[in-house]
Design a protein around this ligand. Sequence first.
Ligand code: PLP
Length: 364
Amino acid sequence: MIYLDNNATTRPDFAVMIEASNETYESFGNPSSWHEPGYDAKDLLETARCSVAQSLNAKPSEIIFTSGGTEANNLALSYNKKYVGFAGSEIEHSSVDKILTKKFKVLPEGFVDLVEVEDFVKKHKNPRSLVISVMLANNETGVVLDPDGALAHWKDKYGFVLHIDAVQGLGKFKIDVGNLNVDLLTVSAHKVYGPKGVGALYIRKESGNKPNPIFAGGAHEWGFRPGTENIFGIVAFGKVCDKYCDELLTDSTVRDYFESELVDIARVNGSEQHRVYNTSNLFFPAIKDLDAFLERLSMNGVAASGKSACSSGMPAPSRVITKMYNKERAEASVRFSFAHNSTKEEAAKAVVIIKEIMNEVENG
Ligand code: PLP
């Protein structure tokens, strides 16, 4: 199988999984226990916290481990709704989208409409009661929503709380919570060659306005996330951060080659310039039945997707492409997302298969 669906999830790094498994088998204690096995597990936990913090240029005490990006997003937006408004782009991940009370338009390039954002914030009677949540890079197009960092600047000017869902940015950009000027930032391990079911929320230490815990329970993770920690997942998360976030492998040669070979039959959705290195969301005007096309791709050994994994299974076409363009374009668009080690040979094979299927489609 030529796996080109790495924005849905990546294949976990084998060596990391083995190392994390061995270490957490040896140090099996509960990190909250006051004895040797507990201290050993606590050491593993804190080492991983340092690694995740380092990959974000944050302090270890600002990292809260969660069960993934979805939970981290929910935690970030867990302020009391009576006092706080939640605003974000109309193409946020569903774990943010469902909480938003105000959605900003996106432009066909995939950028959030910054004119609308500033207008809304300026006119708001109390911008300090707003949480603005805009993702770093979109999961379907890979486009960076605010490439010039306007939100980082406006946060100081207007005083809102800023949350960034950086799940699709980790391992693809050097993430620096200082430069982004965020109060809150979400990451997830399985998008960067780690296991599923583990993520983290960065919570700025000096920020006076902190979210509320979602769960009731003990004092784990400074009370923000009660429950015995998923030590295996967390240790593996720390290791993939060390391996993939310090020296980034972000060469777009394979993706660019893939697109150049399809230029006669497909057009890129969104900005080509301000994209993560691995994502190619393509509009194929000849596609009449997207599900049938994806099924044929899969039967011929290419895994790609028509929309994000969390919304597949629903009959509607991609919400993201629909918002950026229209429903017709969404019904003929496919996301291909490469891994750091995807090869040109794989891309070339995928191109041949795509062209064969297209010929069959065109010839009825
Ligand atoms: N945010 C974005 C942008 C994502 O792409 C995803 C995963 O698809 C999530 C959040 C949710 O992360 P998780 O799968 O770890 O819950």
